[in-house]
Design a protein around this ligand. Structure first.
Ligand SMILES: *Cc1c(COP(=O)(O)O)cnc(C)c1O
Length: 409
């Protein structure tokens, strides 16, 4: 066999202005170059505790149980659902985009009884609709997405936790796309389990899923701990409490690992912990409110620039995510060709779309380290030039002028 070594990793310096992943903050990458520690080394344990503290602030919560699930954001979603939802339990899923469908797919594998509140892509559920769905179906758990990047629309969550508590429903929210960029007010929302990721507004790489868990949800999860399937529990609705059918994603075991007990589970992904810790430090140093405002400014500039080029935005302004914007591909323009020219001529990536929106919209992100004025202006400028070359003719410079004006306003 011939030996092949390939070259060292040397990726092009792309500007990632899609729905994620986006460029990581250099401080996060530097933190990840630090050497390993043993997982029960006191320094490592201290870093783990600090990380819990930092993410309480990021999730705007006092939840004791706030830590990292090792894996991409989907690991946080799957760990939450598999630990909360028992086979046969009724789960209400609010579905308004692709990630809502992912919740169903995971819940099906768990063997949950799934009921859904289906909302057209681009719209949000009202509190009345959610309450109706709860009183109609009487679920044990409600799951929804905060910002669904597939539609670029954010579901308002104020009041949802209170509703769930009123009807004794546990709640789960996926905030992967919004954490660190839009307000994720865990305690004010009153929701039980919230998970996220690093590769969007947190400005880190994919591979770690921060999570926070209320005491009442933790109690429910711990009650499934060390219990053999089929053995009678005391307070379950059907008289039995099923063991969590995953070892890696068993949050009862993962919480024991992050607690003072330090019960061995997996080896904490040391490098990802360094990265997640530094990402949170960068976020909190900037300040949550300042960071949300920076994303909102970038969003206004992106929207103004796109409209000035003559493009139509997807979805209404009221519930638009402030870190990713959906925009219709104009008639007669080949969306993939435009993306290729953006990438090849300008080293800029913008996003395509899924499902019913595939081939119909682009998704332009300005997240975390990339929600910066110059990066927004470069992206709008590049897009309007490429579109002009593709026959969507406008006077050059209109989009950039409008984006700049939005920044200066
Ligand atoms: C991007 C995104 C994810 C991604 O999950 P990964 O496992 O990190 O790919 C999950 N949920 C939402 C809402 C997202 O926008």
């Amino acid at each position: 066999m011939t030996q092949t070594f390939f070259g060292q990793i040397n990726p092009p310096a792309r500007l990632l202005m899609g729905p994620g992943p986006v460029n990581a903050h250099p401080r996060v990458l530097r933190a990840m170059a630090a050497d390993m520690l043993g997982q029960f080394d006191p320094e490592m344990t201290e870093y783990m505790n600090q990380t819990m503290d930092l993410y309480r602030q990021v999730f705007m919560t006092n939840n004791r149980w706030t830590f990292l699930v090792d894996g991409t954001a989907r690991a946080g979603i799957e760990a939450s659902l598999v630990s909360l939802v028992e086979p046969g339990m009724k789960l209400l899923i609010v579905r308004a985009g692709r990630f809502g469908l992912l919740l169903s797919e995971i819940a099906q594998r768990i063997g949950a009884e799934i009921v859904t509140l289906d909302i057209p892509w681009g719209e949000v559920a009202t509190l009345e609709q959610i309450e109706d769905a709860i009183t109609t179906h009487r679920p044990h758990v409600l799951a929804c997405i905060h910002g669904d990047t597939s539609t670029t629309i954010a579901q308002p969550l104020d009041g949802v936790g209170a509703l769930c508590r009123k009807y004794d429903v546990l709640s789960y929210v996926d905030t992967t796309a919004t954490l660190g960029g839009m307000e994720v007010a865990t305690d004010r929302w009153g929701v039980d389990v919230v998970s996220g990721g690093l590769q969007k507004c947190m400005g880190g790489p994919p591979g770690s899923a921060p999570i926070t868990i209320s005491d009442r949800a933790a109690e429910h999860i711990f009650a499934r701990r060390h219990v053999e399937a089929g053995i009678r529990g005391s307070d379950t609705r059907d008289g039995t409490r099923a063991r969590i059918p995953s070892n890696y994603f068993d949050l009862a075991m993962v919480m024991d690992y992050w607690s003072e007990k330090r019960l061995n589970h997996h080896t904490e992904a040391t490098t990802m912990l360094y990265g997640a810790r530094e990402a949170a430090r960068v976020v909190l140093e900037e300040g949550l409110q300042a960071r949300f405002a920076r994303h909102a400014r970038a969003s206004r500039a992106v929207c103004a620039g796109l409209r000035a080029i003559g493009l139509e935005l997807f979805g209404g302004d009221e519930y638009r995510m402030t870190n990713v914007t959906g925009v219709y591909i104009p008639k007669g323009v080949d969306g993939e060709k435009v993306r290729a020219r953006m990438r090849e001529d300008f080293e800029i990536e913008i996003g395509s779309a899924f499902g019913p929106l595939q081939g119909r919209i682009w998704r332009i992100g300005a997240m975390g380290y990339n929600a910066e004025k110059h990066k927004v202006l470069l992206t709008i400028g590049a897009l309007e030039t490429v579109l002009r070359h593709e026959g969507h003719g406008f006077a050059a410079g209109r989009g950039v002028d409008a984006a700049l004006a939005a920044y200066d306003a």
